[in-house]
Design a binder for this molecule. Sequence first.
Ligand SMILES: Cc1cc2nc3c(=O)[nH]c(=O)nc-3n(C[C@H](O)[C@H](O)[C@H](O)COP(=O)(O)OP(=O)(O)OC[C@H]3O[C@@H](n4cnc5c(N)ncnc54)[C@H](O)[C@@H]3O)c2cc1C
Length: 401
Amino acid sequence: MDRIVIIGAGEAGTRAAFALREAGFAGSVALVGSEPHLPYERPPLSKPLDGAAKMKPICDAEALAAAGIDYLQGVSARGIDPGARCVELNDGGALAYDRLLLATGARPRRLACPGAERAFDFRTYADAAAIFSRAEAGRNVAIIGGGLIGMELAAVLRVKGVAVSVVEMAPKPLGRAVPPRFASRLHDRHLDEGVLFHLGQGIAQIAEATVVLADGTVVPADIVVGAIGVSPDVALAEAAGLAVGNGILTDAFLCTSDPNIFAAGDCAAVAQPGGGHMRFESWRNARDQAEIAARNLAGGKEAFAVTSWFWTDQYDLGLQVAGLPQPDHQSITRQLDRGELEFYLDDGRLVAAAGLGLGNTVAKDIKLAEMLIAAGINPDPAALADPRVNLKALLKSARAA
Ligand SMILES: Cc1cc2nc3c(=O)[nH]c(=O)nc-3n(C[C@H](O)[C@H](O)[C@H](O)COP(=O)(O)OP(=O)(O)OC[C@H]3O[C@@H](n4cnc5c(N)ncnc54)[C@H](O)[C@@H]3O)c2cc1C
């Protein structure tokens, strides 16, 4: 096996290319990326302190060259022929492969109301540049969708002096991924900062300088941003006859229904031990899956089984969530000097933890909580709640036991 092709030069595709070399793969590596830039990180797009679009490259051209990665910048894969093991490119070229990684990521869901074409997406550097260059102090921005990206954007724009309205179908913002306690703290902070919320509301129409809500309310909007979530980019996989669902379906080893094709990152839906498939949309998941997929592409057989983790920054607050908190988990709160932690127990076992605090306050504790989760312990809830009980000491005694 000496030719590996990667489609998609985002976090997952780029990390996988380097991880192939770290795994000792000496054959050719081609990285096909449709965006006209060097690979770049998406999280900084919605967190610029000065409210201007920021491009943070994942690597420079020298690093790609030094690792012997052939980066096809601004080139799209148009089709895959799994029988011939060949990728067709939009520039007329073709790439033969022995093994292929699909790291095509996700695309923003589009609004379906009249005037939806007026709304900006927020996924790429080009989207960020278009939004931030227009959103000046004194202008009105309506953000459709009160999820993580919509709320991060709201925070950046408020700091810049922009008037921000958030329209959300659900009764509360941040309801999907953020534990209710912290969703409500962040919501309160946005209210204090002057963000106007229209909750439990659909959109009737996006007009020239307004958004008309389902109940007839007219929201002033010089700029409208659609932030209603993403759909996995499965088009190539589907056309190639691979199994797809809510993502490109893989087994636990990130291998698709074709034994020579793997998938990683936002596009991949990975088989779960209890049945079904799960897709994750986070920066660290993209990196973790990329590294495992690369080792498996290079001949390894490693199952993907890491604790999920994501963060968000809004104003001067930082939230981190490790694992997947569920409403039926027992939750235990610990107060910190400049923040709060919440631990989640499933039948007594620690399975998730979240923390919200000033800046990076909770980072160290969440790191320790991740280790405690990995250790599979059944901690004493009173010890978790007590800030005087050092989490490091808990970990030490868990390991000793
Ligand atoms: C604004 C923003 C802020 C975020 N903030 C956070 C955060 O704070 N914390 C966090 O954990 N996560 C955050 N995320 C999520 C995180 O960035 C993503 O989960 C991660 O980037 C996924 O990486 P990926 O490589 O799977 O997909 P992507 O980053 O989407 O990369 C896929 C790439 O593949 C390319 N591609 C697709 N099809 C083709 C084709 N046919 N040919 C060639 N190229 C193709 C696409 O153009 C794209 O460049 C944020 C995302 C966004 C958009």
